[in-house]
Design a protein around this ligand. Structure first.
Ligand code: NAD
Length: 487
C-alpha cells in the first residue's frame, strides 16, 4: 500500500485528475503534503459509464460472494492499520490514538456488519387468493454517488460503500477536498480483496465535482455527509431529476444533566460529546442543560477535567486533542467564540489558540461557556469545534421545550438515575439518537441519522439496506383473467 499523491481511482487503477489543482495540507504542521488534481467533467462521465457496465454483472453475483469481498477488505484495513492511520492523521490533524482506536476499527466493522447483514436482504411473498400470488424483489438502484465530510474520512467512505456494494450497486465516491487520501487507498484495498473494477471509484474534487455527481443523469441515488447548507443545495438539485437522497448533516444536540445523575459520568459524557476529536463530530452534545442544583459541582468537575486535556501534535501517542482541520476552520471557531463573548456568554475555560501553537497548525483550547440565554448565536448554530455551552435549567417540561427549540435534531443525551424519567424525556426529544447515561457511542446496527434539518435517512443499520434498493412487486396469475367486457 503505497501512496504519495492522491489520484482518482477509476477503471481499477490510479488515474491523474484532469481538473484543477488542490494543495493537500497537513493542518497540524502547515506542510503541503502534495498537490492533486480533481476529476474533470469527461472523467466523471467515463466513470459513470464504466460503473454502469460493471454494476450489471455485480448485481448478478451471489450475495455471499459480495459479502466475502467486504470481509476481505475489512481484514486488509486491519492489516494496514499503521500505514492507514498515518495517512489519516496527516490529512485530518486528529490524534493517532483516536484514529487507531476508533476511526479505523469502525471503518472495518462497517464492512463486516453489512457483509453479515446481507443475509437479511429478502423480499416478501404473499399468497392472498387462490387465483394469484405476488412476491417482491429488493433490486439495486444502479450507480450511486456519495459525498463525504472531512472529519472521519475512511469511516464515512466505508459507511457509504458497504451498504451500496452489498446490495448490488456501484458507488462513485467523492471524499472531502481536505481529506482525499484514505478513500483512494480504500479503492486499492477493495481491488486487492477481489472487487471487480469500476464498482467503487473515487472522484477527487471540491463542491463542483460533488455538484456534477448530484446533477449526473447516470446516477440514481446520492448520499451526502456534510453541513445543512450543502444538504439543502444537494436536495434541491437532486429534486430536479428526482434522485433518491440520504443526507447526514449537522447538529446542535442537547445533553440534559438531571439532579440525581452520576455527575462524574455526566462530565465524562460532556468530554466525549464536546472535546473528543477536537469537537469535530456532528452528533456532539454542545448544548449542555444542567439542573441548577448541580450546576456548581458540574462546572467544578468539568473544568478540572479540561485542565488535564493534552493538546499536541497528532502523531504523538500521548496527545488527547490535535489540530482542527484547517486554519480557515479554526478562525471560524475563534470568531464564534469572540461573538459569544461579545453577546455576554461567560467564558469559564479556554477560548484561545494554545500559546505553544500560535505559529503552527490549527490548534485551539478546549473551551467552556456559561450562557444565560438560549438566544446566543453560539447556542443556536453549529460550531464544529471544542466548544461547550452550559445552559442552566429548573424543571423537566422547561428543559424538553428548550432542548427541542432548534432547527437541528441529530442526537441528544440524558443523564439521570431515574429510568422512568429518562425514557419519558427520550420519547419527547426531537432527535435521531438519544443516549441515556452515555454519549457518542454508535454500536453496529443502531440506526444513525437526523430529525428535522439534521438529515434524511439512516446509516449504520439494517434499514440502510432499503436506502440502496428498490422493491419490485411481481404478480403471478394462477387462473386465467376474465374478459373485462363480458355481458
Ligand atoms: P460541507 O457541507 O462543506 O462539505 C461536505 C462535502 O460536500 C464535501 O465533500 C464538499 O466538497 C461537498 N460539497 C460542498 N458543496 C457541494 C455541492 N453544492 N454539491 C455537492 N457537494 C458539495 O461539510 P464539511 O465542512 O466537509 O463537514 C462538516 C459538516 O458535516 C458539519 O456540519 C457536520 O456536522 C457534518 N457532518 C455530519 C455527519 C453526520 O453523520 N450527520 C458526519 C460528519 C459531518
Amino acid at each position: 500500500m503505497v501512496i504519495s499523491t492522491p489520484t482518482l481511482w477509476i477503471h481499477g487503477k490510479a488515474v491523474i485528475g484532469q481538473g484543477r489543482e488542490i494543495e493537500n495540507i497537513d493542518p497540524a504542521l502547515d506542510d503541503v503534503l502534495n498537490t492533486y488534481t480533481t476529476a474533470s467533467a469527461t472523467q466523471i462521465d467515463q466513470a459513470v459509464m464504466a460503473a454502469s457496465d460493471a454494476q450489471k454483472k455485480w448485481a448478478e453475483l451471489p450475495i455471499a460472494e459480495r459479502a466475502n469481498i467486504l470481509y476481505r477488505t475489512a481484514a486488509l484495513i486491519d492489516t494496514h492499520q499503521e500505514a492507514l492511520a498515518l495517512l489519516e492523521v496527516k490529512d485530518t490533524g486528529k490524534p493517532i490514538r483516536d484514529v487507531v482506536k476508533d476511526d479505523l476499527p469502525s471503518a472495518a466493522e462497517a464492512l463486516r456488519y453489512f457483509a453479515k447483514a446481507s443475509v437479511t436482504l429478502s423480499g416478501q411473498s404473499n399468497h392472498t387468493g387462490s387465483d394469484h400470488f405476488f412476491y417482491t424483489r429488493p433490486e439495486p438502484l444502479g450507480v450511486c454517488g456519495a459525498i463525504g465530510a472531512w472529519n472521519y474520512p475512511l469511516q464515512i467512505a466505508c459507511w457509504k460503500a458497504a451498504p451500496a456494494l452489498i446490495t448490488g450497486n456501484a458507488l462513485l465516491y467523492k471524499p472531502a477536498e481536505l481529506t482525499p487520501t484514505s478513500a483512494v487507498v480504500l479503492g486499492q484495498l477493495f481491488q486487492e480483496a477481489g472487487l471487480p473494477a469500476n464498482l467503487y471509484q473515487v472522484l477527487l474534487g471540491d463542491a463542483q465535482v460533488g455538484q456534477a455527481l448530484v446533477d449526473h443523469s447516470g446516477i440514481t441515488k446520492l448520499s451526502l455527509t456534510g453541513s445543512v447548507e450543502t444538504g439543502q443545495r444537494v436536495a434541491a438539485s437532486a429534486g430536479q431529476s428526482l434522485k433518491k437522497v440520504s443526507l447526514e448533516l449537522g447538529g446542535k444536540s442537547p445533553m440534559i444533566v438531571l439532579p440525581d445523575c452520576d455527575l462524574q459520568q455526566a462530565v465524562i459524557g460532556a468530554l466525549w460529546g464536546n472535546y473528543y476529536a477536537q469537537g469535530e463530530i456532528c452528533s456532539n452534545g454542545t448544548r449542555v442543560f444542567v439542573h441548577h442544583s448541580v450546576l456548581e459541582a458540574f462546572i467544578t468537575q468539568l473544568t478540572t477535567a479540561l485542565k488535564s486535556i493534552r493538546i499536541g501534535l497528532p502523531q504523538c501517542l500521548s496527545t488527547h486533542m490535535g489540530s482542527l482541520i484547517s486554519r480557515t476552520h479554526r478562525d471560524r471557531v475563534l470568531h464564534a467564540i469572540q461573538q459569544a463573548k461579545n453577546e455576554g456568554a461567560e467564558c469559564l475555560f479556554g477560548g484561545h489558540i494554545p500559546a505553544e501553537f500560535c505559529d503552527k497548525g490549527a490548534f485551539i483550547e478546549p473551551t467552556l461557556f456559561l450562557c444565560n440565554t438560549d438566544s446566543l448565536q453560539i447556542v443556536q448554530t453549529e460550531v464544529f469545534g471544542p466548544v461547550l455551552c452550559i445552559l442552566p435549567f429548573t424543571d423537566e417540561e422547561e428543559v424538553i421545550t428548550r432542548a427541542n427549540d432548534s432547527p437541528y435534531g441529530l442526537a441528544a443525551g440524558i443523564y439521570t438515575q431515574n429510568l422512568m424519567q429518562a425514557h419519558r424525556i427520550a420519547a419527547q426529544l426531537q432527535a435521531g439518537t438519544c443516549w441515556i447515561n452515555a454519549y457518542n457511542v454508535y454500536p453496529q446496527g443502531m440506526p444513525f441519522g437526523g430529525y428535522k434539518k439534521s438529515g434524511i435517512g439512516r446509516e449504520n443499520a439494517l434499514t440502510t439496506l432499503s436506502e440502496y434498493t428498490q422493491n419490485k412487486s411481481i404478480y403471478v396469475a394462477m387462473k386465467p383473467m376474465e374478459h373485462p367486457f363480458v355481458c
